[in-house]
Design a protein around this ligand. Structure first.
Ligand code: FES
Length: 232
């Protein structure tokens, strides 16, 4: 079963940023942009993937059609892991994060959709089973750089029923911390944990230090529990 065709469709969902500041790239976000990736096989099965876009839909589309598609067309749609590895290696020069990976992700998701349809099974069955009947959603807030707006948006999310809320503030006085690499590798943002259990994602702390749960690198680590209290 070969990959015979790759198309894309741009979706722009209007939304309000919720703060006075602009989004990444210093442009005010007025839409949530997604590039839907449609992959068709020579057997006629169609899979759909979603490529994350921020405000760079045109760039992701160009990466998909000019860099990813020429390498993927004609390849075995069932050999997802090998193809994904192969494409990432061939395209690593163009970035290990961002536009290239967004485009590859859209293809990857579409291929898994095809795998589920080819097997006539829900995709979770191919990935080891569902495990849960439902999963808690979390509210991923944007970076407002305004303490009052952060509080208002967090309360709004809480009132809407979310019990997991992801913040992105690191610059306002109320939440300011030292930061350097923002990748969990330097240790600059180490912050004491007063209550709760962190989900450590850094490469600074040893296994023993992570198990102690008394500090965390807040640039990359997250919370494992509904309430995490930090000494900021
Ligand atoms: S800023 Fe370097 S580990 Fe967080």
């Amino acid at each position: 079963m070969k990959i015979a065709r790759i198309d894309s469709h741009s979706i722009k969902v209007p939304y309000t940023f919720g703060g006075s500041h602009q989004g990444e790239g210093l442009r005010t976000w007025t839409t949530n942009n997604i590039l839907l990736v449609r992959v068709e096989t020579d057997t006629g099965i169609v899979g759909w993937g979603e490529a994350f876009c921020y405000a760079c839909t045109d760039a992701v589309r160009a990466a998909l059609h000019n860099m990813v598609a020429p390498l993927a067309l004609g390849q075995d749609a069932r050999d997802i892991a090998r193809l994904s590895y192969d494409l990432q290696q061939k395209l690593h020069l163009f970035g290990r994060y961002g536009i290239t990976i967004f485009a590859l992700s859209g293809l990857d998701i579409a291929l898994w959709d095809i795998a589920g349809k080819a097997a006539n099974l829900p995709l979770h069955r191919l990935l080891g089973g569902a495990g849960h009947d439902s999963l808690p959603a979390y509210a991923s807030l944007l970076k407002y750089r305004d303490p009052e707006k952060v509080a208002a948006r967090a309360k709004q999310a809480f009132d809407q029923g979310y019990r997991h809320i992801k913040l992105h503030e690191t610059e306002e006085a109320e939440v300011r911390v030292l930061s350097s690499c923002s990748e969990g590798t330097c240790g600059t943002c180490e912050t004491a944990v007063l209550e709760g259990e962190p989900d450590h994602r850094d490469s600074v702390l040893t296994d023993e230090e992570q198990e102690a749960n008394d500090c965390m690198m807040i640039c990359v680590s997250r919370s494992r529990c509904p309430r995490l209290v930090l000494d900021l």
